[in-house]
Ligand binder design. Sequence first.
Ligand code: ATP
Length: 745
Amino acid sequence: MEAPLLEMSTGHVVYFIHPRNGSLSEEDTFGVARWQPENGGEPFAIKGNLYGVNKGERITVHGKWETHPKYGLQFAVDHWERPLPKTKDQIISFLSSKFVKGCGVKTAELIVQKLGDRALERIMHEGAACLMGIKGIGTKSAVKIADSIKSNFEIQQIMMTLLPYGISADTVTKMYKQWGNECVDIVRRNPYRLTEIHLIGFLKADEIAMTMTIGISMDSPYRLNAALQHVLNETCYKGGHCFVFEHELIDRTKELLRGVSEQDIETELQLMAAHEQVIWEEDRIYPKHLYIYENKLAHKLACMATRSGGAMPFLEPMIREYQLQHGIVLAEKQREAVRELFRQQLLIITGNPGTGKTTVVKAMIDIYKKHYPEATIGLCAPTGRAARKLGELTGMDSSTIHMMLGFRLGAEPEYGENMPLPFDLIFIDEVSMKDLQLAYNLFQAIGPNTKVVLIGDSDQLPSVGPGNVLHDMIAACIPHVRLTEIFRQAQESQIIMNAHRINHGEQVVIDKTKDDFFFIEQPEPERIAHLVVLSVLRFLDKGYRLEDILVLSPMKKGVIGTEELNNALQAAVNPPALDKAEIKTAGRIYRQGDKVIQTKNDYDKQVLNGDIGTVIGTISIKNESGELTDEIGLACDFHGKVVVYSKHELKDLLLAYAITIHKAQGGQAPVVIMPVSTSHYVMLARNLIYTGLTRAERVCVMIGTRKALSMAISNNKMVQRNTALREKIESNLQSIPTGQRKVYG
Ligand SMILES: Nc1ncnc2c1ncn2[C@@H]1O[C@H](COP(=O)(O)OP(=O)(O)OP(=O)(O)O)[C@@H](O)[C@H]1O
C-alpha cells in the first residue's frame, strides 16, 4: 500500500500548548502548538517533533490530519522546514532574527533596500561582496552575516535529507561544523563516518546504513572498520583496558556483525593496523592514542625513576628539628619517605587511611622549604573535592590536575612537553584515580628538574578510565614507600579500623556504644531504600547539611541503585513547591535546591566530572551575541561558581542525593550512608566496599545484610585490566645503563 501523500502548511506557531514554554530538547522533541496558517485560514493545533521551531517564526510544516479522541482534529507534523523568505517584510524579519549574526532591524532594512526581494539569494550566491558599501556593514560583519545566512539554509537542506534517517537536528548541526556542505555526500557514501566524530554510536550508524537507499553490504569494509573500532573502544573504555587481545576483539566483532566471516574481520583489522588506525603489538590491539600514551608514559617514568641522588648528611638534623618543633615523632616509614623525597625525582607514597600520609606530606613541604627556601611547590589532585581537601590540610593552594595543566576545550593542555609546569616540586594526591591519559598528560608536563610525589591508597578502586597506573608503577619498582602504622588517633575511629579489617579480608566489628559506625540489618531492597531516605532526613534534622551526606550505592539501576534512590530522596528532601523553580527534561526533574553532580569534564564551563553543586534556579539562556532568548536553562552553584546549563546540556548533570561509589572516589563527607544488599551481588567486591567506607569522615551507616557485606569482603578478585605499562617501564629501565643514569638531588 502506498503511503498517503503529506499535506503542507506555511505559517507560524502562535504559542506552545505543550510544553508551555516551548523549550524542547533533543531528548524531548514532542510538542503541541497553536498554528496560524499564513493564507488567512482559521488557526489549528499542530503536534509532533517541533524541536528547533521558534514561536512566531515562519516555517512550513508537512504532515497529515488526525483526529485525537479528546482534542479533536489536529495536524500531525511529519517534518518541517524554514522556507526561503519571499516578501520584503519576511526577509527583514529573517535577517534580524537570531539566525543571522550581527544584523539588527535597521541593517536588515538597508540590506533589502540595496539588494531588493532577492537579497537572500544574492547573498548566498555572491557572498559577503554584495553587502559591501551598505552603511554600518564593515568587511568583518559582512562576512559574518553572509556566513550565517549560507550555513542556515545549508543546514536546513541537510536536515531535510537526513532527518528521515533518524539523524537528529543536533547531530546535523554538529556534522555541519565538521564537514560543512558535504555532510549529505559523506553520510550517503559511508554512514559509519558519523561514529568517527563521536556523533553517534556504531549501532545507530548501522541502523542508518541499513535504511539508506543505496544500501551497504553486510561485509562492507566501512562496516567492518566501524565495528572493530566500536568494539575496541567500548572494551577499553568500559573495562578500563588499554588494549584488547586480538582473538577477543575478533570474536566480539564477529558476534556483533553476525554472519560476517572471521577471515573478513581479520583482513580488515590487518588493513587498519597497516594504516595505523589501530596499533597491533604482538597479540594486543590498541586504540592508537592509548598506545602512544602508554609508551610515552613508560619512557618518561623510567627516565625519572633512574634519577636519584646519594646520601644527604644535612637531612637527619632537619628531620629531628621538625619533630621537636611540631611535637611529633615520625614513624620510621614516614622518615624514610622524607629521605626519599630528597633522593628521588619520582616517589610514590601509599597507605590506608590513618597511616599518616597527610602528616608526612606536611613534614616534607616544611623540611623541603627550609632547605630550598626559593622552591616553588604545586599541589593537585584528580578531582575538585580532593584538591580542596589537600589545600585545606596543607594550608596551601591546590588545584585539580586538569586546571594545573590548563586543559582547554578542543585544544592541547597549556602545559606539556614543550611547556613544562613551573614547579620545583609537585605533590599529587588520590593518585589511584589517575587513568592512563591523565597520567600521560601530567608527566608530559614535568620538566627535567621537577620532583614529583604521588600520594594514594592502592587498595581503593582503580581509575574509571583505561589503565591501572598506580599498580603498574608500584609493580615496576618505581621508588615507593608504603606507610603501614595506624596511629593512635586513627585507631579510635571505627571507620578507619573497619576499613583496615575489610582490607585484610576480616569482617567488620562494631562497638554499639560508639557513634561513628552503624549497621542496620534489613534484607528487603524496598525497605532498605526507605531506611536510606529516613536516615538522610534524620541527619538533616540533626543539623547536617545536604553536602555533608553522601549516599553511596554500587549500582545505578534497581530499587537501591542511584537512579531510584535519587528520585525517592528528591521527593523527600526537596519536594515540589510553588516558589521552587524546576525544569523537566528527558524524564528527569531538576528543582531549585537539588544536589547535583557533573558527569563529564567541561573545560568551557570549568566544571569537572564528579563536581557536586546545588541548583539555584532557572534562567533565560543567552545566545552567542549575549542576548536573552526564550530558552530556559538551569543555574547551579559549584562552590561559589555559578554555572548555567541549557536544556540539552543537562544530560551531563545528574541528581546527586545518591551517587555511585565509583563517582565518589576522591571525595569525602562527614556522613556516608551505604546500602549493602545481595540484590547487587555482582558488584559486591572488597575494594568497592572499602572505597565507599573510607569516604566517611565522621559517621558511616550501612543498611542491608551482613551476608552481603561478608560476600563483598571475601571477594578480593580484582578485575584484571589489560595494560602493559609495567612491562614497558621495566624494559625502559633496563635500556638505561646504570652508568648513564643521572644523579639527582
Ligand atoms: N608520626 C605520628 N605520630 C603520631 N600521630 C600521627 C603521626 N602521623 C600521623 N599521626 C596522626 O594520625 C592521624 C592520621 O594521620 P593522617 O591524617 O596524616 O593520615 P592519612 O593517611 O592522611 O589519613 P587519610 O587517608 O584518612 O586522610 C592524624 O590524627 C595524625 O595526627
